[in-house]
Design a protein around this ligand. Structure first.
Ligand code: KG4
Ligand code: ZN
Length: 381
């Protein structure tokens, strides 16, 4: 099989990204234009602003990815693009551009589910490091700002099939990081700052209990999985518990002071937040992070045992969290389960994962029809 160069394009949320990947196994270029600065003042992604930024960034970002790879529009073999899930307006920018490019340059277009992309970020890097074979079934936890989903993945020929066996019933884990950071005036996105600050706090200071949400699947539409054990997550409760803790411990004044002090710094760094956090705040974020990490690990390992998984994959923005990685590695080792993470740069949204996920489809000629449209609520499995 000759080398295949796929140009990936990703615009599902607040990152405009393009990348070139060779044959699903080598990252050739990877450009991510982050809109954090645009959304930062609002403490969250503003969908209208996100679409506008994607429109401005998409052409230069794709050009740069091709240039870094030493490729041209003509010398790539196919174009892969995120079809969903994500923000409707943001998805539309990437998909319309990719469609136009595919048509103009007469290249095949491959539509990719963003969640499958996160899983393939791990597979791409595993192959890049010489690991081509995994033991199946694989249990993948995709944990980001929009998702906390568990998938059982199997290999079928050169492609993959997925079965969803758990999801969050309310907030995603990354959303909880972002909301707790917003409440405590720790900027946006919350995950990286909390990750940093938690190293300076006592993770046992505050107890945040989690419930087990395991149940049999009674959905009659779920033909192949009737009566299957499902493991669900829930992260809106801990956000409320943090709010209660802030109220009971009269932390409003210290939060207000932090806002005042930081408003003069254009782009505060984690160290700037640390300089304006008291012990109670540091202990609170350390306890919050530890509770979320333990819950994610407990539930995922429980599901792995229930379903006889042989390999674990953890991906999505929250997979960058250092405590989550440490806890997963320690506990999975006890169960004798290999656990694979993406590098930090491929944990959060990027287009390399989209180009990598498209490769098996390229091999089986699964190309998108010319009238394909984006789907903000696209499901996987
Ligand atoms: O995968 P991603 O870039 O976008 C979505 O598809 O949502 O994930 C972004 C999410 C945000 O909620 C962010 O706070 C979280 O990932 N995140 C982290 C860390 N880095 C990013 N959460 C915890 N610890 C981190 N180090
Ligand atoms: Zn994502």
């Amino acid at each position: 099989m000759p080398d295949t160069y796929i140009l990936g394009i990703e615009s599902s949320c607040d990152e405009t990204a393009a990348a070139v990947v060779r044959s699903g196994e080598e990252l050739i270029s990877n450009v991510v234009y982050s809109q954090i600065a645009t959304h930062y003042p609002y403490g969250g992604v503003v969908p209208e602003l996100a679409s506008r930024e994607h429109l401005r960034a998409i052409v230069p970002v794709v050009r740069k990815a091709l240039e870094d790879a030493g490729k041209t529009y003509d010398s790539i073999d196919a174009i892969a693009v995120t079809q969903g899930p994500g923000l409707a307006g943001s998805l539309l920018v990437g998909l319309s551009y990719a469609k136009g490019l595919a048509y103009a340059k007469d290249k095949p277009l491959i539509a990719v589910n963003h969640l499958e992309g996160h899983i393939h970020a791990v597979l791409l890097e595993a192959r890049q490091n010489g690991r081509h074979e995994l033991e199946f079934p694989v249990l993948a936890l995709v944990v980001s700002g929009g998702h906390t989903h568990l998938y059982l993945a199997e290999r079928r020929g050169s492609g993959w099939t997925y079965r969803n066996i758990g999801h969050t019933r309310d907030d995603a884990a990354g959303e909880a990081f972002d909301k707790v950071a917003k409440l405590l005036e720790l900027g946006y996105p919350g995950g990286p700052v909390i990750d940093f600050l938690a190293q300076h706090g006592n993770r046992n200071a505050v107890k945040f209990p989690f419930a087990q949400i395991k149940h049999r699947d009674r959905n009659p539409q779920n033909r192949h999985a009737a009566d299957e054990l499902r493991t669900d997550f829930s992260y809106s409760g801990i956000k409320t518990a943090v709010l209660r803790y802030v109220e009971v411990n009269s932390m409003a004044e210290s939060i207000r002071q932090r806002r005042e002090m930081l408003k003069n710094i254009a782009k505060p760094k984690p160290e700037d937040y640390l300089a304006h956090c008291d012990r109670r705040t540091l202990d609170l974020v350390a306890s919050f992070q530890s509770a979320v990490a333990n819950d994610l690990v407990d539930k995922t390992l429980g599901a792995a045992i229930d379903h006889g998984a042989a390999t674990l994959i953890v991906s999505g923005g929250v997979a960058a969290n250092s405590e989550l990685r440490r806890t997963f590695e320690a506990h999975a080792a006890q169960e004798g389960l290999p656990v694979l993470f993406p590098s930090r740069k491929l944990s959060t949204d990027n287009a390399a994962m989209i180009a990598a996920a498209a490769y098996p489809r390229y091999l089986t000629n699964e190309f998108a029809p010319p009238d394909i449209s984006s789907d903000a609520a696209l499901r996987l499995g």
